[in-house]
Design a protein around this ligand. Structure first.
Ligand code: F6P
Length: 352
């Protein structure tokens, strides 16, 4: 069989690990040919296609590397208008036939996987692999990239405690996650944050100040607050800011939280925005391992012709699920999440 592989959406640590696993398993154990599709799913939709064959030597020495050797994009979808969508599908079909592809393995989050379904509906078999530092893709408990993002954020936030204590300040750290609080919750627990603000639980400044006051009464004159970029006050909308190109992104809530804490409680507050540091660099061991297992399982699904499925990690097992059998969308933290309940049980304030 001839299989394609692409990495789509925002990059994350572990993409090269999954490209390596797919390529090695496909060539060594299934005698397949592997084609790397460049710049997300776009590489198969352009004329000429941006495609190159991947040999074992191409994936040697890349396990630990951040980014993706195939490039990626999260700058919009060719399916935003019926005309551009039809052109993209026509190009993809022509390229598919020229290359003699049997299946495309799409490594991506919810946005990329929705585009993949459009290709599948047009007759191009797909197998999906979930990746996103936000961990907000429905068919898996853990996505490639999440554990590294949590590790990087935890390490950075842990370092805020000593400087917060030395100056009797509040340190507010803003982390990524779009509309989901997985990174904030997990890195907040792992870094002993005092307050964690999540998109799923609108917060009140009264509750935040109360939590700080109760710390002060115990002689703790400093606090560390982790705020997810999508978190917002009760009754308010999330905050956005513009990038250099004018595109609008979640961000800026940490500044507001620090300002309000100072205004309401008179405590000196400082802001740290971790940003793309959470997405860059070498994958943590658990992401290398997950990426390897996902890549191997995806190739086995292709070999068994179980197309139209997405691999996942659920209940301690590597699983697969059909695209139609789950909401192909971003998910949020459940309010019954055991880690969320554990955080509150040990006295971390969630601002409610
Ligand atoms: O989806 C991953 C993510 O890192 C989000 O947490 C963040 O909001 C977004 O991508 C930023 O993406 P970019 O700056 O690449 O557009």
């Amino acid at each position: 069989m001839n299989i394609g592989i692409c990495t789509g959406g925002g990059d994350c640590p572990g993409l090269n690990a999954v490209i390596r696993a797919v390529t090695r398993h496909a060539i060594l154990n299934h005698g397949m040919k592997v084609f790397g599709i460049e710049c997300s799913i776009n590489g198969i939709m352009t004329n000429p296609p941006a495609v190159r064959e991947l040999k074992l030597s191409d994936v040697s020495g890349i396990l630990h590397k951040g980014g993706t050797i195939l490039g990626t994009s999260n700058a919009g979808s060719p399916f935003k208008s019926p005309e551009s969508g039809a052109k993209a599908i026509a190009n993809a079909l022509a390229n598919w036939n020229t290359l003699g592809l049997d299946c495309l393995i799409v490594v991506g989050g919810d946005g990329t996987q929705r585009m993949a379904v459009q290709l599948q509906d047009a007759g191009m078999p797909i197998v999906g692999i979930p990746k996103t530092i936000d961990n907000d893709y429905e068919p898996t408990d853990v996505s490639i990239g999440f554990m590294t993002a949590v590790e990087v954020a935890s390490e950075a936030i842990s370092r805020l405690h000593s400087t917060a204590e030395a100056h009797s300040r509040v340190m507010v750290a803003e982390v990524m996650g779009r509309d989901a609080g997985f990174i904030a919750l997990h890195s907040g627990i792992a870094s002993a944050a005092n307050i964690i603000l999540l998109p799923e639980i609108p917060f009140s400044y009264d509750a935040i100040i109360k939590a700080m006051e109760s710390r002060r009464k115990r002689g703790r004159n400093f606090s560390v607050v982790v705020v997810a970029e999508g978190a917002h006050e009760i009754g308010c909308e999330p905050k956005f800011r513009s990038s250099s190109t004018g595109s609008v992104h979640l961000g800026g809530i940490a500044d507001e939280v620090a300002r309000e804490i100072h205004k309401r409680a008179g405590i000196d507050s400082r802001v740290t925005v971790l940003g793309h540091i959470q997405r860059g660099g070498s994958p943590a061991p658990l992401d290398r391992i997950l990426a390897t297992a996902f890549g191997v399982h995806a190739v086995d699904l292709v070999a068994a012709k179980k197309f139209g499925t997405v691999v996942g990690y659920r209940g301690g097992e590597i699983t697969s699920i059909k695209y139609g059998d789950f909401a192909n969308e971003a998910r949020s933290l459940s309010l019954n999440d055991p880690f969320l309940m554990a955080a509150e049980a040990i006295g971390i304030s969630l601002g409610r």
